[in-house]
Design a protein around this ligand. Structure first.
Ligand code: SAM
Length: 251
């Protein structure tokens, strides 16, 4: 996959591939992440990319030009006929696992990061295929949102994760939240003299029982924390049984 981010802050975005899973994905040739700065295409002496909003009010708006030229440049960089072009914006559709999985099938992506009050709507209407938000809050710029999207998508590319990091049980993959995880030591004292132990079921070595417990925890935590996620799922009879046991234990 080739990704090119249109941004006024290239150094910020390039950091996304410097560590961990993403740096290995780059080394393995699974993804390349490039940047284009619209300022490089500004024609005036001050390299202006923004202007005052029509209708008045505070802040500045990113102009159609040079952003349009920068997007065209980014498209050529990632190759392909019509790479999907995404604007990161608070008013966009919320980014989800399903969207990340769909985007992981694209050979190329152009991501447009806004700054100031945002981008001239005419550019978005003409050049952008999709607008995505990373949450119901406002960031100072689209760069962190672009980096979040890149991370969420790249970890789903075949070969990006090693076995130890396998995404199979991750939250949202099968519609549920992940179950809780534990590692050594077996008991931890947080200073109040009480040892907090690992759930006993995980120490018994019975894989069928462990799988059942984990599934029950995933169902129960989803019910407690994100009940709306359960509404879209077809639970098996066994899942229903596990969930009602969990609910009964909490009552
Ligand atoms: N006036 C805009 C609004 O209220 O939606 C906010 C502009 S914000 C200060 C500057 C840029 O940050 C936006 O153009 C957009 O690219 C990015 N941005 C802000 N919040 C975002 C979010 N939740 N998800 C994705 N991008 C966001």
């Amino acid at each position: 996959m080739k990704v090119c981010v249109v941004t006024l802050f290239e150094g910020l975005v390039s950091a996304v591939t410097e560590h961990g899973v993403l740096s290995r994905a780059v080394e393995r040739g699974l993804v390349s992440v490039d940047t284009v700065d619209p300022r490089a295409f500004a024609t005036d002496v001050h390299r202006t990319v923004d202007d005052r909003p029509y209708g008045g009010g505070p802040g500045m708006v990113m102009r159609v030009e040079p952003l349009r030229t920068a997007i065209a440049h980014a498209r050529r960089r990632v190759g392909g006929e019509t790479p999907k072009t995404i604007y990161l914006g608070a008013a966009g559709k919320p980014l989800t696992h399903e969207i990340a999985a769909r985007l992981a099938c694209e050979p190329a992506l152009v991501l447009v990061s806004g700054r100031y009050e945002g981008v001239d709507q005419r550019l978005l209407d003409a050049e952008v295929d999709e607008e995505l938000s990373i949450g119901d809050y406002v960031l100072s710029g689209g760069e962190l949102a672009a980096m979040v999207l890149i991370d969420a998508v790249v970890r789903l590319l075949p070969g990006a994760l090693g076995n130890a990091e396998s995404a199979v049980s991750d939250s949202f993959v099968d519609g549920l939240l992940d179950w809780p995880h534990y590692t050594r030591p077996e008991a931890v004292d947080f200073g109040d003299g009480e040892a907090v132990a690992v759930p006993e079921v995980l120490l018994g070595g019975n894989h069928a029982v462990i799988e059942r417990w984990r599934r029950q925890q995933a169902l129960g935590r989803t019910w407690e924390r994100r009940p709306e996620l359960l509404e879209g799922l077809m639970l098996s009879d066994e899942d229903r049984q596990l969930l009602s046991e969990y609910q009964a234990a909490k009552a």
